[in-house]
Structure formats: C-alpha cells, structure tokens
Design a protein around this ligand. Structure first.
Ligand SMILES: [Cu+2]
Length: 162
C-alpha cells in the first residue's frame, strides 16, 4: 500500500515531479528498480517533458555520432539511438569515474545494464533513453559492450548551468 500511495502522490503532483512515476515505464520491465535515483548526472526523465530529441548513431568503427551533446540544466532529452552496425552496441550515461569502473566490470562479467540511463541496441535496431539533465557538469556516455569502451566508443555531454 505504501508504494501505491507514493505513485499516486507523484501522479497528483504532475509533470514537475516525474521521478517516481517514471518507474512504471516499460523500460523498467524487470521491476528491479523500486524508485528512480538521483544520480550526479541527472535523473530518469518523463517522455512527455522531453522537448528535444537527439539522435545518436552507433557505429561498428567504435564511435558514436555525434560524440558531443550540449544540454541546458533541467532539460529532458529524448535520446534516440540508431545502431547502424553489425555488432550490438549500448549507450550508458555516467560520470567518467562510473564508466571506467563499469567498463572494467563488463570485461569480467559482461552483465548488461538495466537502468534508465542505459540502453542496449541490437544490430540495425533502435533504442531510446529519456533523461532529465537536472545537474550541471560534464558527463560521458559510453558503449560498455566488452572492448568497445577501451576502443574509444565514448562521447561527452556538457550540461550548462541554468
Ligand atoms: Cu559498442
């Protein structure tokens, strides 16, 4: 009952407080995440609040195109991922420190990321991340498929202070 109460409360607050409501989105199909977590690089976004879409292509040359994104603090961005290659790719947003650590873990275990700030995309497929960049700073995105990060498949996000 407690969890239901939280969802209702958030719904009633409307779009200004979408963090918890986002947990009901299909991307959390496993139900592993009971609550959206504020990260140093932002928080799960609500697609209805996304006023801008950014397309990022994933290339087998171990590159993203584009390799940089500029965002204003508070913006919710719909990131559409297009895997134009023959390999699976993924995009994970994080701090450089996080991504360094995750990339090392991926070399060991290959565990996929099931988080709102990550999406795996099959060859020829598309994916989507809706993210609210509510913290200013410089962050990275990376493909953490084993070996891809090490080959330089990374990008940079600059979130300008409001
Ligand atoms: Cu990749």
């Amino acid at each position: 009952m407690k969890a239901i109460g939280v969802v209702l409360a958030v719904t009633m607050l409307g779009s200004s407080s979408v963090a918890c409501a986002q947990d009901t989105a299909k991307q959390h199909a496993t139900g592993a995440h009971a609550h959206s977590v504020q990260t140093p690089f932002g928080i799960a976004g609500d697609a209805r609040a996304a006023k801008r879409t950014v397309e990022i292509r994933m290339l087998d040359e171990m590159r993203f195109a584009p390799e940089t994104i500029d965002v204003r603090q508070g913006e919710t961005i719909r990131i559409v991922l297009i895997n134009t290659g023959k390999l699976p790719h993924e995009l994970v947003i994080g701090t450089k420190q996080d991504l360094d650590r995750h990339a090392a873990m991926m070399m060991d275990s290959g565990t996929a990321h099931d988080e709102a700030y990550a999406a795996q995309v099959a060859p020829g497929g598309t994916g989507e991340i809706v993210w609210n960049f509510n913290r200013a700073g410089r962050f990275d995105y990376a493909c953490l498929v084993a070996g891809h990060y090490q080959a330089g498949m990374t990008g940079r996000i600059s979130v300008a202070t409001r």
